[in-house]
Design a protein around this ligand. Sequence first.
Ligand code: NAD
Length: 441
Amino acid sequence: MKIAVIGTGYVGLVTGACFAEVGIDVTCVDIDAKKIASLEQGVIPIYEPGLNEIVSRNVSKNRLSFSTELAKVIPGCDVVFIAVGTPPGEDGSADLKYVLAVAREIGRSMCDYLVVVTKSTVPVGTAKKVKSSIEEELKLRDSTLTFDIASNPEFLKEGAAIEDFLKPDRIIIGVESEEAEDVMRKLYKPFLLNGHPIIFMDVPSAEMTKYAANSMLATKISFMNDIANLCEIMGADVNMVRRGIGSDSRIGNKFIYPGIGYGGSCFPKDVKALIKTAAEHGYDMQVLKSVESVNEFQKSVMFNKIKRHFNGELSGKVVALWGLSFKPKTDDMREAPSLVIIEKLLEAGAQVKAYDPVAMKEAQHIIGDRIEYVHDEYEALIDADALMVVTEWPEFRSPNFQVVGKLLKNKVIFDGRNIYDAKELQELGFAYQGIGVHEVV
Ligand code: NAD
């Protein structure tokens, strides 16, 4: 089979590389000529574990290529995936201009039956709009060509994207015709061999499944953050509560870790978009509105703790930040809680020294030189008044606390991810504050 993947971001590039990995002929297309030039030179513009290797292996086998010219790539393809961005518009709804621009271009350049698949996260009804856009273009060409649409939302997690794509929990595909179902089943067959399920459904249900999944995950996070905040007030320890509730098989122990709020390119925008879609149809998503407001509140929790610790006086204080990306193993800084914490610290007159294993370049694009970027986690501690853990990168989990204590001016740790043990730190003479746990002063 031959396919094209339009948009070579986190989703498009991983999708293209993984289909090539199972022997499919893939061309990845992007309008960003710099990105395509860089990919052609073997330079991957994003950080994603394993992506470099899989891309270069498949390029060298001639199964994966790159282009900026959609019109030249479409002829001969069986399937085209639309994997461009769907950023939030000013009102919170998903901005579909990139998706629909691609649909029109497909309509202008297709020359045979084609399955057009939306992989971008798009509100219910978008596949219909994609279909109309292609039909309008075909009409302008007086063409009688036929095509099918399908919705195939993506569930990969940044930081584990390759593994998630190659070994998916499930593949969701919305279709309107048997022909499209057959094509999609054939395309995904290599990923199903080890029992990974494919679930076919109608197109609106597939579109909704993605929003419902992300909203449920965001809800779990905000719920646990709410419980953590209450634990602090009531003298309970959320780490124990988490283990206690996670052992109930109806609840499960995944995704119930409290922290400094969710971020990234998906949860914030998808929750917003679902609230907006519902409102447009006269329905009030009450739970999700609370999920959002708890999340906003949570981004300030660590700042409030550090401010309280220094008796409201942060001016001139130096704060070492470990981690900047919204989660480990990615350089993605979109909606990262670190951005809110940094703004608050700077506003309060503090200086920030930050270290992140891969996101510092990306962070510098957004924050500029208003903070200091250092080469490793220990360098960040030199002359710092406190350490704040923002992202739970594995390498921060077991630092040499003797060295940490020696380098810091004050032995104070604010742990935004609850990765340390309060008792152990107390024994080592540190003051310690986590999220929803007993503080050690
Ligand atoms: P991204 O911003 O990293 O990449 C999007 C790419 O599309 C960019 O390279 C951009 O240049 C390109 N593009 C825009 N218009 C184009 C056009 N007309 N023709 C060709 N290329 C074009 O986005 P992403 O993070 O890969 O997300 C893509 C979609 O997948 C979004 O809808 C997102 O919500 C969804 N999604 C993302 C993730 C994730 O973890 N990042 C996971 C699941 C789903």
